[in-house]
Design a protein around this ligand. Structure first.
Ligand SMILES: [Zn+2]
Ligand SMILES: [Zn+2]
Length: 279
Protein backbone atom coordinates (compact mmCIF):
# COMPACT_ATOMS: atom_id res chain seq x y z
CA UNK A 1 0.00 0.00 0.00
CA UNK A 2 1.12 3.53 -0.78
CA UNK A 3 -0.59 6.59 0.67
CA UNK A 4 -0.45 10.29 0.05
CA UNK A 5 -2.35 11.99 2.83
CA UNK A 6 -0.81 15.39 3.10
CA UNK A 7 -1.86 17.29 0.03
CA UNK A 8 -3.54 20.55 -0.83
CA UNK A 9 -6.07 21.16 -3.58
CA UNK A 10 -5.43 24.90 -3.20
CA UNK A 11 -1.90 26.10 -4.02
CA UNK A 12 -0.54 28.94 -1.85
CA UNK A 13 -0.72 31.60 -4.59
CA UNK A 14 -3.31 34.36 -4.46
CA UNK A 15 -6.38 33.75 -6.60
CA UNK A 16 -6.46 29.99 -6.01
CA UNK A 17 -9.90 30.23 -4.46
CA UNK A 18 -12.04 27.45 -3.05
CA UNK A 19 -14.43 27.98 -5.97
CA UNK A 20 -11.62 27.26 -8.45
CA UNK A 21 -9.86 24.46 -6.53
CA UNK A 22 -12.56 22.52 -4.69
CA UNK A 23 -14.05 21.11 -7.88
CA UNK A 24 -14.67 17.58 -9.14
CA UNK A 25 -12.36 18.31 -12.12
CA UNK A 26 -9.47 19.31 -9.86
CA UNK A 27 -9.95 16.23 -7.65
CA UNK A 28 -9.96 14.12 -10.83
CA UNK A 29 -6.51 15.51 -11.75
CA UNK A 30 -5.10 14.50 -8.34
CA UNK A 31 -6.70 11.04 -8.51
CA UNK A 32 -5.32 10.45 -12.00
CA UNK A 33 -1.85 11.51 -10.84
CA UNK A 34 -2.09 9.14 -7.85
CA UNK A 35 -3.24 6.22 -10.00
CA UNK A 36 -0.33 6.80 -12.39
CA UNK A 37 2.20 6.25 -9.58
CA UNK A 38 0.39 3.44 -7.78
CA UNK A 39 -0.95 5.37 -4.78
CA UNK A 40 -4.05 3.63 -3.47
CA UNK A 41 -4.96 5.93 -0.60
CA UNK A 42 -5.22 9.60 -1.39
CA UNK A 43 -6.37 12.17 1.13
CA UNK A 44 -6.55 15.94 1.24
CA UNK A 45 -5.44 18.01 4.22
CA UNK A 46 -6.11 21.67 3.54
CA UNK A 47 -4.56 24.22 5.91
CA UNK A 48 -6.81 25.01 8.87
CA UNK A 49 -5.96 28.71 8.54
CA UNK A 50 -7.73 28.87 5.17
CA UNK A 51 -11.01 28.56 7.07
CA UNK A 52 -12.90 31.26 8.94
CA UNK A 53 -13.41 28.88 11.88
CA UNK A 54 -9.62 28.91 12.48
CA UNK A 55 -9.88 32.46 13.84
CA UNK A 56 -11.40 30.90 16.97
CA UNK A 57 -7.95 29.32 17.52
CA UNK A 58 -5.61 32.18 16.66
CA UNK A 59 -5.80 35.70 15.31
CA UNK A 60 -2.30 35.99 13.89
CA UNK A 61 -2.17 38.59 11.07
CA UNK A 62 -1.25 35.85 8.55
CA UNK A 63 -4.29 33.81 9.55
CA UNK A 64 -6.53 36.89 9.47
CA UNK A 65 -5.50 37.42 5.86
CA UNK A 66 -6.06 33.78 4.87
CA UNK A 67 -9.18 32.63 6.71
CA UNK A 68 -11.89 32.99 4.08
CA UNK A 69 -13.36 29.55 3.37
CA UNK A 70 -15.99 27.62 5.28
CA UNK A 71 -14.64 24.50 6.96
CA UNK A 72 -17.94 22.62 6.84
CA UNK A 73 -18.36 23.29 3.12
CA UNK A 74 -14.85 21.86 2.58
CA UNK A 75 -15.66 18.73 4.61
CA UNK A 76 -18.93 18.21 2.72
CA UNK A 77 -17.16 18.69 -0.62
CA UNK A 78 -14.38 16.16 0.17
CA UNK A 79 -16.90 13.62 1.50
CA UNK A 80 -18.51 13.65 -1.96
CA UNK A 81 -15.23 12.57 -3.57
CA UNK A 82 -13.13 9.36 -3.28
CA UNK A 83 -10.54 11.31 -1.23
CA UNK A 84 -9.95 10.66 2.45
CA UNK A 85 -10.90 13.71 4.52
CA UNK A 86 -8.03 15.26 6.44
CA UNK A 87 -6.89 18.66 7.58
CA UNK A 88 -3.50 20.17 8.32
CA UNK A 89 -3.93 21.89 11.66
CA UNK A 90 -1.31 24.05 13.33
CA UNK A 91 -0.56 23.43 16.98
CA UNK A 92 -1.46 26.70 18.69
CA UNK A 93 -0.16 26.73 22.27
CA UNK A 94 -2.90 27.75 24.67
CA UNK A 95 -5.67 26.93 22.19
CA UNK A 96 -5.70 23.16 22.82
CA UNK A 97 -9.32 23.02 24.00
CA UNK A 98 -10.63 25.13 21.14
CA UNK A 99 -8.59 23.07 18.67
CA UNK A 100 -10.04 19.84 20.05
CA UNK A 101 -13.54 21.29 19.75
CA UNK A 102 -13.02 22.32 16.13
CA UNK A 103 -11.56 18.93 15.17
CA UNK A 104 -13.98 16.73 17.11
CA UNK A 105 -17.00 18.47 15.61
CA UNK A 106 -16.07 17.12 12.14
CA UNK A 107 -15.71 13.61 10.74
CA UNK A 108 -12.09 13.69 9.62
CA UNK A 109 -10.28 10.49 8.65
CA UNK A 110 -7.07 11.96 10.07
CA UNK A 111 -5.57 15.20 11.30
CA UNK A 112 -2.06 16.28 10.34
CA UNK A 113 -0.50 18.39 13.11
CA UNK A 114 1.99 21.08 12.11
CA UNK A 115 4.37 23.59 13.59
CA UNK A 116 4.97 26.46 11.14
CA UNK A 117 5.15 29.24 13.74
CA UNK A 118 7.29 29.54 16.83
CA UNK A 119 5.74 32.36 18.80
CA UNK A 120 4.60 35.00 16.29
CA UNK A 121 7.28 34.13 13.71
CA UNK A 122 7.31 31.45 11.03
CA UNK A 123 10.09 29.02 10.20
CA UNK A 124 8.93 28.67 6.57
CA UNK A 125 7.32 32.02 5.64
CA UNK A 126 9.35 34.99 4.46
CA UNK A 127 6.65 37.44 5.51
CA UNK A 128 6.99 36.54 9.18
CA UNK A 129 10.54 35.20 9.10
CA UNK A 130 11.90 33.95 12.41
CA UNK A 131 15.41 34.48 11.04
CA UNK A 132 15.02 38.25 10.80
CA UNK A 133 16.92 40.11 13.49
CA UNK A 134 18.82 37.91 15.97
CA UNK A 135 18.01 34.50 14.51
CA UNK A 136 20.44 32.56 16.72
CA UNK A 137 20.31 29.05 15.21
CA UNK A 138 20.65 27.20 18.52
CA UNK A 139 17.79 29.22 19.97
CA UNK A 140 15.55 28.86 16.91
CA UNK A 141 16.11 25.11 16.60
CA UNK A 142 15.67 24.51 20.33
CA UNK A 143 12.39 26.43 20.40
CA UNK A 144 11.15 24.81 17.20
CA UNK A 145 11.71 21.23 18.46
CA UNK A 146 10.20 22.08 21.85
CA UNK A 147 7.09 23.31 20.04
CA UNK A 148 7.09 20.13 17.94
CA UNK A 149 7.28 18.04 21.11
CA UNK A 150 4.26 19.90 22.53
CA UNK A 151 2.43 19.39 19.24
CA UNK A 152 3.05 15.62 19.45
CA UNK A 153 2.13 15.44 23.13
CA UNK A 154 -1.08 17.44 22.74
CA UNK A 155 -2.93 14.33 21.60
CA UNK A 156 -4.82 16.49 19.09
CA UNK A 157 -3.27 15.02 15.95
CA UNK A 158 -2.76 11.69 14.18
CA UNK A 159 0.27 12.55 12.03
CA UNK A 160 3.19 14.85 12.82
CA UNK A 161 3.81 16.89 9.65
CA UNK A 162 7.22 17.68 8.10
CA UNK A 163 8.94 17.03 11.46
CA UNK A 164 12.08 19.12 10.89
CA UNK A 165 10.57 21.96 8.87
CA UNK A 166 12.98 24.35 10.62
CA UNK A 167 15.63 23.24 8.09
CA UNK A 168 13.48 24.29 5.09
CA UNK A 169 15.80 27.10 3.92
CA UNK A 170 18.89 24.88 3.98
CA UNK A 171 22.11 26.87 3.74
CA UNK A 172 20.14 30.09 3.08
CA UNK A 173 19.65 30.49 6.85
CA UNK A 174 22.03 29.87 9.76
CA UNK A 175 22.36 26.23 10.82
CA UNK A 176 23.36 25.11 14.31
CA UNK A 177 26.94 23.96 14.61
CA UNK A 178 26.39 21.21 17.13
CA UNK A 179 25.04 17.73 16.43
CA UNK A 180 21.33 18.25 15.58
CA UNK A 181 20.41 15.08 17.48
CA UNK A 182 20.52 17.14 20.68
CA UNK A 183 17.64 19.23 19.27
CA UNK A 184 15.66 16.19 18.09
CA UNK A 185 15.80 14.50 21.50
CA UNK A 186 12.78 16.16 23.23
CA UNK A 187 10.65 15.67 20.12
CA UNK A 188 11.60 11.99 19.81
CA UNK A 189 10.64 11.46 23.45
CA UNK A 190 7.25 13.11 22.85
CA UNK A 191 6.71 11.07 19.66
CA UNK A 192 7.45 7.83 21.51
CA UNK A 193 5.18 8.71 24.44
CA UNK A 194 2.28 9.96 22.33
CA UNK A 195 2.42 7.32 19.61
CA UNK A 196 1.76 9.96 16.93
CA UNK A 197 2.67 8.85 13.39
CA UNK A 198 5.78 10.53 12.00
CA UNK A 199 5.32 11.93 8.51
CA UNK A 200 7.96 11.09 5.94
CA UNK A 201 7.47 13.98 3.53
CA UNK A 202 9.15 14.36 0.17
CA UNK A 203 8.29 18.09 0.16
CA UNK A 204 11.71 18.85 1.63
CA UNK A 205 13.26 17.64 -1.64
CA UNK A 206 11.46 20.48 -3.48
CA UNK A 207 12.74 23.11 -1.02
CA UNK A 208 16.20 24.66 -0.52
CA UNK A 209 16.85 22.03 2.20
CA UNK A 210 16.89 19.41 -0.58
CA UNK A 211 16.22 16.63 1.91
CA UNK A 212 13.27 14.52 3.01
CA UNK A 213 11.56 15.57 6.26
CA UNK A 214 12.69 14.21 8.74
CA UNK A 215 16.48 14.03 8.31
CA UNK A 216 17.96 10.50 8.28
CA UNK A 217 19.33 10.95 11.83
CA UNK A 218 15.99 12.20 13.19
CA UNK A 219 14.10 9.41 11.40
CA UNK A 220 16.50 6.80 12.80
CA UNK A 221 15.93 8.09 16.34
CA UNK A 222 12.14 7.89 15.78
CA UNK A 223 12.42 4.35 14.39
CA UNK A 224 14.60 3.26 17.33
CA UNK A 225 11.98 4.71 19.69
CA UNK A 226 9.33 2.51 18.05
CA UNK A 227 7.52 5.20 16.05
CA UNK A 228 5.16 4.45 13.15
CA UNK A 229 5.40 6.39 9.91
CA UNK A 230 3.00 8.03 7.46
CA UNK A 231 3.92 8.84 3.87
CA UNK A 232 3.13 12.08 2.04
CA UNK A 233 4.25 14.47 -0.68
CA UNK A 234 2.62 17.68 0.67
CA UNK A 235 1.60 18.25 -2.96
CA UNK A 236 0.07 21.61 -3.81
CA UNK A 237 -0.31 20.59 -7.48
CA UNK A 238 -1.38 17.30 -9.11
CA UNK A 239 2.11 16.82 -10.58
CA UNK A 240 3.52 16.67 -7.04
CA UNK A 241 1.33 13.74 -5.93
CA UNK A 242 3.69 10.91 -4.95
CA UNK A 243 6.64 13.23 -5.65
CA UNK A 244 9.99 11.37 -5.39
CA UNK A 245 8.36 8.37 -3.68
CA UNK A 246 11.18 6.15 -4.94
CA UNK A 247 13.47 8.18 -2.65
CA UNK A 248 11.01 7.95 0.27
CA UNK A 249 10.67 4.17 -0.10
CA UNK A 250 14.44 3.76 -0.18
CA UNK A 251 14.65 6.00 2.91
CA UNK A 252 12.08 3.89 4.80
CA UNK A 253 13.71 0.62 3.72
CA UNK A 254 17.05 1.85 5.07
CA UNK A 255 15.32 2.56 8.40
CA UNK A 256 13.96 -0.98 8.43
CA UNK A 257 10.39 0.33 8.19
CA UNK A 258 8.12 -2.02 6.22
CA UNK A 259 4.68 -0.67 7.17
CA UNK A 260 2.84 2.58 6.68
CA UNK A 261 -0.01 4.15 8.69
CA UNK A 262 -3.47 4.11 7.10
CA UNK A 263 -6.34 6.09 8.61
CA UNK A 264 -10.11 5.94 8.57
CA UNK A 265 -12.40 7.95 10.86
CA UNK A 266 -9.30 8.74 12.94
CA UNK A 267 -8.57 5.04 13.52
CA UNK A 268 -5.10 3.92 12.54
CA UNK A 269 -3.90 0.63 11.16
CA UNK A 270 -0.61 -0.47 9.64
CA UNK A 271 -0.35 -1.82 6.10
CA UNK A 272 2.72 -3.29 4.39
CA UNK A 273 4.45 -0.73 2.21
CA UNK A 274 4.61 -1.51 -1.49
CA UNK A 275 8.12 -2.56 -2.40
CA UNK A 276 8.39 0.09 -5.10
CA UNK A 277 6.28 2.19 -7.40
CA UNK A 278 6.09 1.84 -11.14
CA UNK A 279 8.32 4.16 -13.09
ZN1 LIG B 1 2.80 22.45 6.56
ZN1 LIG C 1 0.93 21.11 3.86
Amino acid sequence: MLTDYHLHLRPDEEGTTAERCFTAENVERYLAAAAAVGIEELGVSEHVYRFRQALDLWRHPFWEGQARDDLDAYCAFVRDTPLKLGIECDFVPGAEDRTAELLEARDFDYVVGSVHFVGEKAVDHEGFDIWEGKGDPDEVWRRYFEALAKCARSGLFDILAHPDLVKVWGAARPLPERDPRAFYEPAVEAIAESGIAVEVSTAGLRKPAGEIYPSPAFAAMCADAGASFALSSDAHLPEHVGFAYDRALEFLAELGVAEVCVFEWRERRLEPLSARIEE
